[in-house]
Design a protein around this ligand. Structure first.
Ligand code: FAD
Length: 537
């Protein structure tokens, strides 16, 4: 009763302050009022994201207890005479307000929030593993770390990952979900068999390659535009026990990329003849080297970075990072298999650094870094991240213009700069995800934190300006990059981003979310119900 009263008061406030043209009973009759929160803490948490660059407060936050709750709310928004927007929020780890809305309700899909726990609401459905069929059914808001924990009970694990596991299934499937396994297994969106989706009309539909296939493909990589994923069926494999994690250094960029491309070309080989994970990063300053040394290298194999002369190469070093999984059965052959692969590479002699660790610890490695950064107050800071897919044919130009040019060697970089290639044939063209038109393309991820420490080159303004310069450089040089986790502010930019896929993307929007209710924080389609027209959200 108290919750109902609070909600009624909140709706009256919305009517007065934002001119909401809604009959309050429309929301009260949905049967979700107990889970529709207007608690200031909830509103505050839904107004923010990991990027820390944007802010947008919703009218309310729904903590769904089932897919039906999600469907009821979206249907109410769709049917309502003036409408309101609905944004699914996974774990809020977007950079640019993609999961926010000001003119409606945020559906908090992930159960990670404190408020949800305080209310005693768990996740709507626990993961269900089908051992025989090697897949798991999970709630759309499930975090990947919890998917892993559940499947490990059966000795199984998903095949394709992100570097960080505290992200929701629905959030990564709305983008692609990539990591060093993608060259081999494809992105996470290539490893899904079936979805339950609530469309922008409030229908709850099951879709797959066979059934409702257009919705299935639309939603995968669809930036939340076509529906809210309430269940995903994810492919599994036997979980490895251990990982050999290896890093080697390069001072020559073309040798580095040649070796990376060679390693990903082995994707069709048997497991023993390829690595399981291929990534890499650029080291543009000493600060990062030191960081990296202390976090990875054991005292048994100290790094003598200072002895490596990178000056002739614009002061930039490159680190190739690979892993090989193993267990009791192949523990005898792991050394031999790794050596056979490393022999084919041309890294700087004596820069092989290895460590062996349990599979789970490897997958969960970034969380360790998170805890360290949190303890130093360096996690909740602005993150002006920029992620680009760069075609293989232009990666050397990108290196010259960006790593050795714009980033230069004088800057301190407060975060890793990842670079690794992927095979396009592991991506399904029918999905909404956009990649460059070449068989091989690179992810370049500038994952920098803005710091207020007196160093101008680490400020938000400086880093944001650098991002703009990088995009301008690519445009001027004719390097057809595609943004991953894209962020644009005009529809023309979105059309350019999608290129030949735009017509289909637009058509699918008309079909599945004709009133432009969903995920307005992506700023692709202006909502038809927009009382405060100044805001895109
Ligand atoms: P949110 O930020 O909550 O939402 C993102 C978008 O998806 C929004 O538009 C939202 O409306 C929509 N959405 C959320 N849930 C659903 C749903 N159930 N159905 C439909 N739409 C939904 N990405 C990689 O690919 N690889 C990485 O290695 C990687 N590492 C990362 C490490 C860190 C520390 C961080 C912060 C991000 C990383 N990312 C990585 C990016 C990440 O995958 C995306 O930001 C992703 O969207 C975050 O998931 P989330 O659950 O927080 O989504």
């Amino acid at each position: 009763m108290a919750a109902k009263l609070l909600l009624m008061l909140a709706i009256c406030r919305w009517i007065v302050t934002v001119g909401l043209m809604l009959d309050p009973t429309e929301l009260l009759l949905l049967g979700v009022e107990e889970r529709l929160s207007v608690d200031p803490l909830d509103l505050e948490s839904a107004s923010l994201d990991f990027g820390g660059l944007h802010r947008a407060e919703p009218w309310g936050v729904l903590h769904p207890a089932s897919a039906q709750d999600v469907a009821r709310l979206v249907k109410a928004a769709y049917d309502s005479s003036h409408g309101f927007t609905v944004s699914a929020r996974g774990h809020g780890h977007s950079i640019n307000g993609q999961a926010m809305t000001t003119n409606g309700v945020v559906i908090q899909m992930s159960s990670g929030s404190g408020e949800r726990r305080r209310l005693g609401i768990g996740r709507p459905v626990a993961p269900r593993v089908y051992e025989k069929f090697m897949y798991v059914d999970v709630w759309g808001g499930e975090l990947w770390i919890d998917v892993l924990r559940s499947t490990l009970e059966y000795g199984l694990a998903p095949k394709s990952w992100t570097d960080y596991l505290y992200l929701s299934v629905g959030g990564t499937l709305s983008n692609a979900g990539i990591s060093g396994q993608a060259f081999n297994h494809g992105p996470q969106i290539s490893n899904v068999y079936e979805l339950d989706v609530v469309t922008g009309k409030g229908e709850l539909l099951t879709c797959s390659e066979e059934d409702n296939s257009d919705l299935f493909h639309a939603v995968l990589g669809g930036l939340g535009q076509f529906g809210i994923i309430t269940r995903a069926r994810i492919a599994l494999e036997p979980a490895p026990q251990m990982v050999r994690w290896i890093r080697v250094l390069y001072s020559n960029f073309s040798t580095f990329t040649h070796d990376q491309e060679y390693l990903i070309s082995l994707h069709g080989q048997s497991d023993s003849q390829k690595f399981d994970y291929v990534e890499g990063f650029a080291i543009v300053d000493d600060g990062l080297i030191n960081n990296w040394r202390s976090s990875f290298f054991s005292p048994r194999n100290p790094v003598k970075i200072s002895s490596i002369d990178a000056k002739g190469n614009g002061g930039v070093l490159y680190c190739l990072e690979v892993t090989k999984n193993y267990g009791d059965l192949d523990a005898d052959t792991i050394d031999e298999e790794v050596d056979a692969l490393l022999t084919k590479l041309n890294f700087i002699p004596n820069t092989v650094f290895t460590t062996d660790l349990p599979y789970v610890d490897f997958l969960d490695r970034v969380h360790k870094a998170e805890l360290t950064l949190r303890s130093k107050g360096l996690w909740d800071v602005p993150h002006p991240w920029l992620n680009l897919f760069v075609p293989k044919s232009r990666i050397a130009d990108f290196d010259r213009g960006v790593f050795k040019g714009i980033l230069g060697s004088k800057n301190k970089t407060s975060g890793p700069i990842l670079i690794y290639p992927m095979n396009k044939n592991k991506w399904d063209e029918k999905t909404s995800a956009v990649t460059p038109e070449e068989d091989v393309f690179y992810l370049v991820a500038l994952l920098r934190s803005a710091l207020d420490n007196g160093d101008e080159t680490q400020t938000l303004d400086y880093l944001s300006d650098q991002n703009r310069r990088i995009l301008r450089f690519c445009g001027d040089a004719g390097i057809n990059v595609k943004q991953y986790l894209p962020h644009y502010t005009t529809q023309q930019q979105w059309r350019d981003h999608f290129g030949h896929k735009w017509a289909q993307f637009y058509q699918r929007k008309l079909e599945f979310d004709p009133r432009h209710i969903l995920a307005t924080g992506q700023r692709i389609f202006k909502p038809s119900c927009n009382p405060t027209s100044a805001s895109w959200y």
